[in-house]
Structures are given as structure tokens and as C-alpha cells.
Design a protein around this ligand. Sequence first.
Ligand code: AMP
Length: 112
Amino acid sequence: MDNLFARIIAREIPATILYEDDQVLAFQDVAPQAPVHFLVIPKKHIATLNDLQEADKALAGHLLYTAQRLALELGCDDGFRVVVNCKEKGGQTVQHLHLHVLGQRAMSWPPG
Ligand code: AMP
């Protein structure tokens, strides 16, 4: 599973792409947990949030801003959730940093 999102960036496996620029890619989650559920990833390979470096701070902001712009485009102006699962205890299954964006349903807290 390590290279799964790299393969989506390379168009080796299909995805429903919502946004792309030179730094980031956003696409629909294949197993959506809400009416709106997409992922925003850096094109640069960063395995986990723990691997983010100081030099990546602008990229991190770009990922978050992309999440917000797309969430609003998809009608989530009444609220949405952004989640980053980090490593095994955080529930991360794909070893390429990704922001989950979930919306169009009520969310509870805390997560399980
Ligand atoms: P995480 O558990 O935080 O690592 O999240 C990985 C996410 O990737 C899950 O929500 C999966 O449904 C999603 N996913 C796995 N394979 C694909 C794929 N081929 N295209 C889109 N999303 C995927």
C-alpha cells in the first residue's frame, strides 16, 4: 500500500480528481465516510505528518487552504471536518501524508 497515492499522482491507478496544481492533488476517497469525503495530498512524498519538515511549512498551509477552498466549493459552508491520521495509533493506513475532508453530515466528538 506504500505507493498507492504516488500511483494516483502518476495516473497509474484511477481516481476522481477534484483539483491539481504543481504541489498538491485532491481526489475523492474511494470509501467515503460522509456525503463529501475527499483527500488532499502533497505531490512530494511525505510519509506521515511526523515527517513534515520546516521547509514544508508553506506546503502544509497550501494543503490546508486547498481543503478549505474545495470544501466550500462542494457546499460545506455550514461546516466540515479535516482529519490527518498519523501512523498506526492514529489510524493511518496509507503511508503518504493526506488530509481527509468530510462534510455534508453532522459530526460527533470525540472520534472513536
Ligand atoms: P488513512 O486511514 O487515514 O490512511 O486513510 C486512507 C484513505 O485512503 C481511506 O479513507 C481510504 O478509503 C482511501 N483510499 C484507499 N485507496 C484509495 C484509492 N485507490 N482511491 C481513493 N482513496 C483511497
